[in-house]
Design a protein around this ligand. Structure first.
Ligand SMILES: [Mg+2]
Length: 193
């Protein structure tokens, strides 16, 4: 029985595509950009000024069901089948730093859980919204983790030796030895152990 911690944005969901679609609607960008093509983490890297980036966030924060309705999945049908199978035999935790605005009436946890259940096609998805992924991983005695953000990977890897960085353009220059090039590689690794 493995206790697996999965990141969502940049790994399972294309947050940047959803975010930049809003920037296009607000007239700040010509075209949206996928997390697959995103060159850096900064607003600058996706062609927005800081003020424009904050305005997009304000718009997102004003929408009740944005996180449930607007996030494109990065998973194929075959991958969701495999995640479902893994869930039946292991403990899966979806830990996210998504933050809810003070004014939100619908919680991030509820929206994220509903999105995962709709997308993966199984109930009982365990979502943990937390800014402290390392502490969460330690408390849950996580055995395997995946994340695309170097800071998170380093924090989680302090207690979880099987922590993998999901390689994306925006993290490929960061030195970290345990990497997976795609979700299939991480799923294969979990299925083989
Ligand atoms: Mg992420």
């Amino acid at each position: 029985m493995k206790r697996i911690m999965l990141d969502i944005d940049g790994v399972l969901a294309d947050f940047v595509l959803a975010y930049t679609r809003e920037a296009v609607k607000l007239g700040f960008l010509e075209n949206p950009i996928s997390t697959i093509d995103q060159p850096t983490w900064s607003f600058d890297g996706i062609g927005l000024t800081e003020a424009q980036g904050k305005e997009v966030w304000q718009y997102i924060d004003s929408q009740r069901f944005w996180w449930l309705e607007k996030l494109p999945s990065l998973m194929t049908a075959q991958q969701t089948d495999r995640i479902r199978a893994l869930k039946y035999a292991n403990e899966l935790y979806f830990c996210t730093k998504r933050r809810a605005p003070e004014t939100a009436s619908i919680s991030i946890q509820y929206q994220t859980q509903a999105w995962l259940e709709n997308t993966i096609g199984a109930g009982g998805m365990c979502v943990i919204p937390s800014m402290h992924k390392g502490e969460v991983a330690k408390a849950l005695r996580i055995t395997h983790a995946i994340d695309d953000r170097p800071e998170n990977v380093v924090e989680i890897a302090k207690t979880v030796s099987e922590t993998y960085m999901f390689t994306r353009r925006y993290n490929e220059l960061v030195y970290y030895p345990k990497r997976v090039a795609d979700l299939d590689a991480f799923l294969r690794l979990l299925e083989s152990q």
